[in-house]
Write a protein that binds this ligand. Structure first.
Ligand code: SF4
Length: 426
């Protein structure tokens, strides 16, 4: 493996309303390329213009400086730069006032990006992810770590400090319960049992944490046995939740390499997989009419039986009001289920997305708005939505979410049946 040190010009992705998967606002990549060498990795596809993705890792050695610069540019300041006077008054303030004093609303930063693992082997030597975490700690930012490595345990000291002042969520990607199969598709990352053990440590340390079971390979990872094994083990390790998702395979390098490996190790699954991805969709989406199982429906049902959430929890941001977080959490759950588990087009959940954006971008405490009778006006919603918000504030759920969960709980996991079930109730 070749390592090359490079200078990054920019680091943070653009700001988004918390994504409905893990509630992350921005993410960064400390590395370009990934030594873990997962056979299904999207990073090798031509669209990223990295021809040596698995053989050369580029290390953004100046990443912590760039991160500092970008956070300052967005109006954030390290805690150490708050004057002693402002620190003293800070202690007497309520949460909202503290938030205002600290500058812009905090953002959840994903420190391991989508197309590289921040805890791949190079991190042992270069420690760029560790230094990025130090910067985020100094700026009081909540963080989300997603990794396939137990090297993250090295940084528990910093992560605990972050968790004290805001929060740290460490989630492990674990897709294959059986080690020999894992070894075929994820050859150089930590074993399945090492990842579950690391999750246990994270939870023992008091941090938030869970499992992302994505991508579940059709015919191999989406079986009852595999999903049940993952859910049971995740529960035992103390995961807050396990989130499921399918496999995308872009035409070109990614698809060819993947299918070749399948042909060698799982010849009986090759034809099914080749057929599912025969459509050559530019985003790598499968042909759902050929795909036997919706992993989210199957995962949802298995989670219900075993007693584990199949949705990540939205944790309260520094200074955020409980009622706002509670409503936002439920609304994001509905968006996630509608778009990803039921596969509905985005506009079907548009009104929930608009509501989530309004709350996230900073509206006053919802319980106060309700008391003064301005909830509907301030959230820019109709009477029906305002009543839904009030129900969530009182009960932590709402009829609309229960209807969706009913469909997820009772529908066969075949994709076509999910659509039919949805159309019947709408
Ligand atoms: S860990 Fe992630 S980025 Fe690295 S090779 Fe595997 S899928 Fe790709």
């Amino acid at each position: 493996m070749e390592y090359q040190c490079i200078r990054a010009k920019s680091l943070l992705s653009k700001l988004i309303v918390a994504d409905s998967w893990f509630h992350v606002n921005r993410s960064l990549n400390a590395y370009r390329g990934c030594e873990h060498g997962c056979v299904y990795c999207d990073g090798m596809s031509e669209g990223y213009h990295v021809d040596d993705f698995f053989t050369c890792v580029r290390i953004k050695e100046n990443a912590p400086d760039v991160l500092k610069r970008e956070l300052k540019k967005d109006g954030f300041a390290p805690q150490s730069e708050l004057s002693s006077e402002s620190l003293l008054s800070f202690l007497d303030e309520d949460d909202a006032a503290k938030l205002a004093r600290q500058g812009p609303r905090k953002q959840v930063i994903g420190v391991c990006g989508g197309v590289s693992d921040g805890y791949q082997p190079a991190e042992k030597q270069y420690e760029v992810t560790r230094k990025n975490l130090e910067v985020l700690r100094d700026f009081g930012m909540p963080v989300f770590v997603l990794t396939k490595s137990d090297l993250v345990l090295r940084d528990l000291d910093i992560l605990k400090e972050i968790h004290k002042q805001s929060f740290a969520n460490v989630t492990f990607t674990i897709t294959l319960y059986e080690e020999r199969t894992k070894q075929v598709f994820e050859p150089k990352s930590a074993s399945t049992s090492e990842r579950f053990e690391a999750l246990k440590e994270v939870r023992k340390a008091g941090l938030f944490g869970g499992v992302m079971a994505v991508p579940l390979i059709p015919g191999i990872g989406d079986t009852y046995e595999n999903i049940t094994g993952l859910v049971k083990e995740a529960k035992q390790a103390g995961a807050e939740s396990i989130v499921f998702g399918g496999l995308t395979l872009k035409p070109g390098r990614q698809k060819e390499y993947f299918l070749n490996v399948v042909k060698r190790h799982f010849p009986e699954q090759h034809d099914l997989l080749a057929r599912i991805y025969l459509n050559n969709d530019k985003y790598g989406r499968p042909d759902y009419t050929q795909k036997p199982v919706s992993v989210m429906i199957r995962g949802h049902q298995i989670c219900r039986e075993i007693g584990l959430r199949d949705r990540s929890i939205r944790h309260k941001m520094p200074g955020e009001h409980d009622s706002n977080n509670k409503v936002l959490g439920v609304v994001l759950d509905m968006i996630f289920y509608q778009m990803y588990a039921l596969g509905l087009p985005w506009y079907k959940s548009r009104r929930y997305q608009e509501l989530a954006a309004t709350i996230e971008q900073g509206v006053d405490e919802l319980t106060l708005l309700r008391k003064e009778g301005t909830l509907q006006e301030r959230l820019h919603v109709g009477a029906e939505m305002a009543s839904m918000v009030e129900t969530i504030m009182d009960t932590g759920t709402c009829q609309q979410l229960e209807d969706i969960e009913k469909i997820l709980g009772t529908t066969e996991s075949g994709r076509g049946q999910v659509f039919t079930a949805w159309e019947k109730v709408n």
